[in-house]
Design a protein around this ligand. Structure first.
Ligand code: ATP
Ligand code: MN
Length: 466
């Protein structure tokens, strides 16, 4: 039986067997056992006077145990029930001299170096359980809204997605060779986005969503970028940008509410961790809200919606721009927004999630629908406090002639995208979609500052261990 089950429906007086890893063993008597099913440990009380001394010595932090005994109400502090151990078996030793995860505070940087063991810590246990719950909430949401889960390919034959630098996929020898001799007979890459193929699904199934790995060979060593990350990309026929923004906001709120309703224990633990971490930061970098407070704020308030043009006006007049504190000063319409500007809008000016829309066509992708002004496109980005961009989406250009022109203007050969263009030639319609970076959502919900700490085995420039 899992510890979670035992704690939630305690079968007092019954004999139970529990398997897990020892977190600590004190006074030769009290084992704190954790099996990963929940944050809490189960206290197991050993009668050391009647136990084999050599076996007792094998109970060390990190060792794996099977424990059998009666479940009783606990007289001690900090737990409601405990097991009075009749019998225990050491399934796997963890010699004290070698085991790196002794019960003390370890830095997140150190734990990244032992990513194979970090799921055994309270912090990473909580983060990965929440990651699971969020993933479950994502599927729940789209299923209940009538979307179909669609699997876009991971190996792509088009290098026209334009979302970032790509990783090459090849079976040619490292020394190179003729592309025609390569596995697929052409150059192939790991996908940077499942969107273009997602659109093909939406143009037949109506509403689809992808939830898969995406890859970007961008050399950005930030706390918000991975070379391999998971992306959720819904695409909807007959949705305009307005409906797209409504969906994204409703979806994000649903996922966050799901955690508030179902993952209280882990959230409370991370809320405390977050609060402790804030204390170590300079005053001006501290979060004004606690973690749970932040999540509750997001679900219960409307996101601010603002056009790019209005955002530029606010930024131009802002203090950091006037006092030349921004690294990139905002002088004119058309400037690409950097994360410092996005964070100013969200964290200082509005103090709320912000949806920016109608960006200049020149700084956005070719497939976004051109507005009648001829210079802006129906794009939208959702910006979250502490994270910056969490969602990027748009209404897609559905007019065959306009799309063809834009493809040509960015220099993509038509043969590359003939299949994409055909959806506009045959039965085209207004449609929209967006991409949500799953790890950025997990970051927001767990309060973890570095994206490397919300995915089990992060891939970043120069690092693909484990
Ligand atoms: P950014 O400006 O932050 O690099 P982007 O404009 O490249 O983002 P999109 O191409 O619109 O992002 O991708 C959609 C979403 O995927 C983003 O809103 C973000 O949540 C997420 N995302 C993008 N790149 C990464 C990355 N390297 N690692 C993790 N998540 C990412
Ligand atoms: Mn990027």
């Amino acid at each position: 039986m899992s510890i979670k089950q035992l704690l939630h429906q305690p079968a007092i007086g019954e004999k139970v067997t529990v398997k897990g890893w020892v977190r600590s063993f004190r006074s030769n008597r009290f084992i704190a056992l954790n099996d990963g099913s929940c944050l809490a440990t189960l206290q197991c009380v050993v009668d050391f006077e009647h136990a084999d001394e050599n076996e007792l010595k094998r109970i060390t932090t990190g060792s794996c145990l099977a424990v059998t005994g009666s479940l009783l109400e606990s007289k001690g502090h900090g737990q409601t029930v405990e097991i009075i151990v009749d019998h225990f078996e050491v399934l796997g030793d963890a010699p004290v001299e070698d085991y790196p995860l002794q019960p003390k505070k370890h830095s997140l940087e150190f734990l990244r170096e032992i990513a194979h063991l970090r799921p055994r810590t309270n912090t990473f246990g909580a983060v990965f359980r929440l990651r699971h719950a969020l993933s479950f909430a994502v599927h729940n949401y789209f299923n209940k809204e009538g979307f179909f889960n669609w699997h876009s390919p991971i190996i792509t034959g088009s290098d026209a997605e334009g979302a970032g630098e790509m990783f090459r996929v090849s079976t040619l020898p490292a020394s190179g060779g003729d592309v025609a001799e390569d596995f697929f007979g052409k150059e192939t890459h790991l996908t940077v986005s499942g969107q273009l193929e997602g659109e093909l699904g939406a143009m037949g199934l109506g509403k689809i969503y992808t939830f898969g790995p995406t890859f970007r060979a961008e050399n950005s060593n930030t706390t918000r970028h991975l070379a391999e990350f998971w992306m959720i990309e819904p695409e909807m026929a007959f949705y305009d940008l307005e409906m797209n923004m409504d969906l994204a906001e409703d979806f994000l709120k649903y996922c966050i509410q799901y955690l508030l309703d179902n993952c209280r224990e882990d959230l409370q633990f991370l809320d405390q961790r977050f609060a402790d971490e804030q204390k170590g930061k300079p005053q001006n970098e501290r979060s004004e809200q606690g973690l749970i407070e932040k999540l509750e704020f997001v679900v219960s308030n409307d996101f601010v919606r603002l056009s790019y043009t209005d955002a530029i006006e606010i930024l131009k007049r802002s203090k950091p721009n006037q006092k030349k504190k921004f690294k990139y000063l905002i002088n004119e319409w058309g400037a690409d927004l950097q994360s410092e500007h996005e964070r100013y809008l969200v964290e200082k000016h509005f103090k709320a999630p912000v949806v920016l829309f109608d960006y200049p066509a020149s700084i956005k992708a070719f497939y976004m629908r051109l507005n009648d002004d001829g210079k802006t496109v129906r794009a939208m980005d959702i910006l979250f406090p502490g994270i910056g961009e969490i969602v990027g989406g748009s209404q897609r250009e559905e007019r065959h002639d306009v799309l063809k022109e834009k493809v040509a203007a960015v220099g993509i050969p038509e043969e590359e995208l003939w299949w994409y263009l055909e959806t506009r030639k045959f039965g085209t319609c207004v449609h929209s979609g967006f991409g949500l970076g799953f790890e950025r959502l997990v970051q927001f919900c767990t309060g973890m500052g570095n994206i490397r700490d919300v995915i089990p085995f992060p891939r970043t420039p120069g690092s693909a261990n484990f």
